[in-house]
Design a protein around this ligand. Structure first.
Ligand code: CA
Ligand code: CA
Length: 208
């Protein structure tokens, strides 16, 4: 009604966001329009709305994965994701800055936020991913959430204390990337067990 192009988005919010995300002003305004379509109340998204969005994308049960993503977006933990939280979360999941993106992934795995990932936390996350993607064939050695958790702990938990620190997580992810690049250079590698690569995509591409 007011003919304001960025309805509901104050100049202060825009300013705040421009300092924190890598989107341009135009992109922020576009995302705001998109965001308003998702939220019933016009002001914030609830975990239910996150679940609806994920249910539209995945053929499996994405509800617990959507809860995990919601937790990483709901920065102040009030059960609502406002537009600022939404856009900051989105910019992290889509970040080209590897460290930022990995930090976000780490915070999703570290469910209780104590700074390390336990076996239970990893299994929880993997279970939510496996439930969400029942039609993706998992390689035999990681056929269940427990098996992939074991495999990742063997690889990443360098000091075997059953807790993955941020440093271990980052080193593990970067090493994985190197190995993938090497495989690609050797030609082949793409055919067989693409499971882990798919996982990476699922974890990081949470925007719709
Ligand atoms: Ca919040
Ligand atoms: Ca933890």
């Amino acid at each position: 009604m007011g003919g304001n192009k960025s309805k509901g988005l104050s100049a202060e919010d825009l300013d705040y966001l421009k300092r924190r995300v890598s989107f341009s002003k135009e992109e922020i305004i576009d995302w705001h329009k998109e965001y308003r379509k998702y939220c019933n109340h016009g002001r914030y998204m609830t975990v239910e709305q996150f679940k609806e969005v994920y249910a539209r994308i995945f053929d499996g049960d994405a509800s617990s994965f959507a809860e995990h993503v919601f937790r990483t977006f709901d920065h102040n933990g009030d059960g609502k994701v406002d537009f600022k939280e939404f856009l900051i979360g989105l910019s992290l999941t889509a970040s080209t800055n590897k460290d930022k993106k990995l930090k976000w992934a780490f915070s999703m795995y570290d469910i209780d936020g104590n700074g390390t990932i336990s076996r239970e936390e990893m299994t929880d996350l993997m279970t939510s991913i496996y439930r969400m993607t029942p039609t993706i064939i998992k390689p035999q050695d990681v056929a269940t959430p427990e098996m992939i958790t074991e495999k990742l702990f063997r690889k990443i938990d360098k000091n075997n204390d059953n807790a993955i620190t941020w440093e271990e997580f980052r080193d593990g992810a970067l090493k994985e990337e190197e190995e993938e690049e090497e495989e690609e250079e050797e030609g082949g590698g793409r055919g067989g067990g693409g499971g882990e690569e798919e996982e990476e995509t699922l974890i990081t591409n949470s925007e719709s």
